[in-house]
Design a protein around this ligand. Sequence first.
Ligand code: IPE
Ligand code: IPE
Ligand code: MG
Length: 254
Amino acid sequence: MIKLPFFNRKRRIELQPTTLQLENIPNHIAIIMDGNGRWAKKRGLPRIAGHKEGMTTVRRIVKAANRINVKVLTLYAFSKENWKRPQAEVEFLMKLPKEFLTTYLPELIEENVKVQTIGDLEGLPSFTREAVREAMEQTKHNDGLILNFALNYGGRYELVNAVQSMMQDVQEKKLQLDEVDESCISRYLYTEEMADPDLIIRTSGEHRLSNFLLWQSAYAELWFTEVLWPDFDELLFEQAVSDFQNRKRRYGGI
Ligand code: IPE
Ligand code: IPE
Ligand code: MG
């Protein structure tokens, strides 16, 4: 057990640094980064100002996850359903991955972070896809934290895709019907060999998965906070991990 020093940003609620058990850090943490729009609205700003501020939270949380040796950090950045938003907001959101990666790629490389993505990349504008491909290429040999962006991701869409690919492989005799089991299905998902999330965090007070990692979240521990994503910080992240460490995971046993 060690005490991890965390920066004390301006906060309404003062949280004490939590004592984390370093042997029980979740391997895979996934975050539904929600509340950017409400954060901006509260300040009389356009919603996109919240998305921009949310980028700085991403940077903070990547560092915090890396520091405690999380293996995979999956961040829900854009869902298949987010195309329903006003065009101007969608256009702004499409520019964010490029802006984030242009600004922070050197830092990610220095911190040995490996960038990956899940979702329907083909459905993204080419400049977004290129920025992401470039970041994946430049970090592919890094073996530190895997920073996995869920971009144009939908859990049901992912399953539909997987079923189609499996049926095609059966048709082409690359896959036998009796080989289809849970681990086979997992391999056909975007997450492929990646371990399932141990902990799913959602900010902004909403208590739902919003089509995120439906198959993979079967036994994930869920953690919610009222805090909006732009206000989320290292202390709250550490609090979530600490609470995770006090959960009893039974997987149906006793
Ligand atoms: C999360 O914040 C970011 C994305 C979904 C892209 P929202 O934009 O959903 O913010 P709220 O929920 O409207 O406050
Ligand atoms: C989920 O948030 C998607 C992302 C965080 C990218 P939403 O704000 O889109 O979810 P709903 O609409 O409240 O369920
Ligand atoms: Mg939202």
